[in-house]
Design a protein around this ligand. Structure first.
Ligand SMILES: Nc1ncnc2c1ncn2[C@@H]1O[C@H](COP(=O)(O)OP(=O)(O)O)[C@@H](O)[C@H]1O
Ligand SMILES: [Mg+2]
Length: 344
């Protein structure tokens, strides 16, 4: 692998861009602004020129396969990891030089944590609260994460899902403006995941800014206002769950079982007028078109006029999974090729 000059580590105290005051990040409405972020671990280039903006009050997800560089990026933004190069502003300051005040405005849930097992939930949350200048109410915070019944339970006795909720309580008790959640539900059973999702959703009602990482598509789709797909240390695509990868404008598939009376010539006409492509396999008609209304209108008119239906009618837009695979497939393949070259 060729590592360019930019991969020489900048010393921690090196002068970087002047930190912005809170006034500018508030005026700009940006909680996080990253430009050209790079991080090398020796010869491994984990982050390779990543750009990201997260607006205030937004729940943003970094979605990507394992090893894509999500945790590295988040740890740099949290001020827990040095970067090789790039410009990073988090709540108007450079996390390379974190102040106590800045830290108090940020809540973290790390990818893995370990709490003193002998302390109770209530004791831990109260101890963390004491670190912050204006913490949330301890009981209220425990309730927010759904652990009220476990207030007197020792941390070491909690289930995996309950421990993760405790992690979130500890991240929230300082009443942060910005919360980082690294893989908040990895290893959860489906029920615990749903509970965690509804808890994360309540952060929206508290007007928090949230940056979460996940490799679950459904999690990003359920929670995020905006998704940035990280592949190979870069943002490969960005958008809302509905628009990511051009999902909203991509061709749809209109499908139904062909009624016997429906003349193939009519189908050809409908497909042509909507600039769609037509296949009929085993009596199932599939029309691929960017103008689904253009095919549905005439087809439904035909069905009404003939007193019949279009059995099994469905209109399918590409799923988030379809666009995710399209986004990650090519780049993933390139990465594998590069690894092969490296190993030679
Ligand atoms: N402390 C480290 N030392 C060396 N390599 C690391 C370290 N942390 C992560 N990496 C490597 O950096 C790449 C990105 O890892 P990571 O940021 O953890 O990705 P993700 O969170 O998306 O799974 C991987 O190739 C990983 O092996
Ligand atoms: Mg990770």
């Amino acid at each position: 692998m060729v590592i360019d000059d930019a991969c020489t580590e900048q010393p921690a105290g090196a002068p970087g861009p002047a930190p912005d005051g809170p006034a500018r990040d508030e005026a700009g409405g940006q909680a996080i602004r990253v430009r050209g972020l790079r991080k090398c671990y020796g010869r491994v280039e984990a982050v390779r020129g990543l750009d990201l903006t997260v607006r205030r009050g937004e729940i943003a997800a970094l979605l990507g396969p394992n090893g894509a560089g999500k945790t590295t990026t988040v740890e740099i933004l949290e001020g827990h990891r040095s970067r090789t190069s790039g410009d990073v502003q988090v709540l108007g300051a450079d996390p390379r030089r974190p102040t106590r005040e800045w830290r108090a405005r940020i809540g973290l849930v790390l990818q893995s944590t370990q709490m003193p097992a002998e302390l109770t939930v209530g004791e831990l949350v109260a101890r963390f609260a004491a670190f912050y200048p204006s913490p949330r109410d301890v009981d209220e915070t425990i309730e927010l994460v759904g652990l009220t019944a476990k207030r007197r339970a020792r941390a070491g006795r909690l289930s995996g899902g309950q421990q993760r909720r405790l992690d979130v309580a500890l991240a929230l008790v300082g009443d942060p403006e910005l919360v980082f959640l690294d893989e908040p539900t990895t290893g959860f059973d489906p029920q615990a995941r749903r509970q965690a999702w509804s808890m994360i959703d309540t952060l929206r009602t508290l007007s928090k800014t949230v940056l979460l990482t996940t490799h679950y598509l459904d999690e990003a789709e359920a929670l995020a206002d905006r998704i940035a797909v990280v592949v190979d240390g870069r943002i490969a695509a960005e958008g809302t769950p509905a628009t990511l990868g051009g999902r909203d404008s991509a061709p749809c598939e209109v499908r139904f079982c062909r009624p016997e009376r429906l003349d193939p010539a009519v189908l050809d006409l409908v497909a042509a007028s909507a600039e769609g492509s037509l296949t009929v396999v085993g009596g199932v008609v599939t029309l691929r078109t960017a103008d689904p209304a253009g095919v549905l209108g005439p087809l439904l008119d035909w069905a009404r006029a003939h007193g019949t239906e279009l059995p099994g009618l469905e209109v399918r837009r590409p799923s988030l999974e379809d666009v995710y695979l399209a986004i990650t497939g090519g780049l993933g393949a390139r990465r594998s090729a590069r690894r092969l070259e490296d190993s030679r």
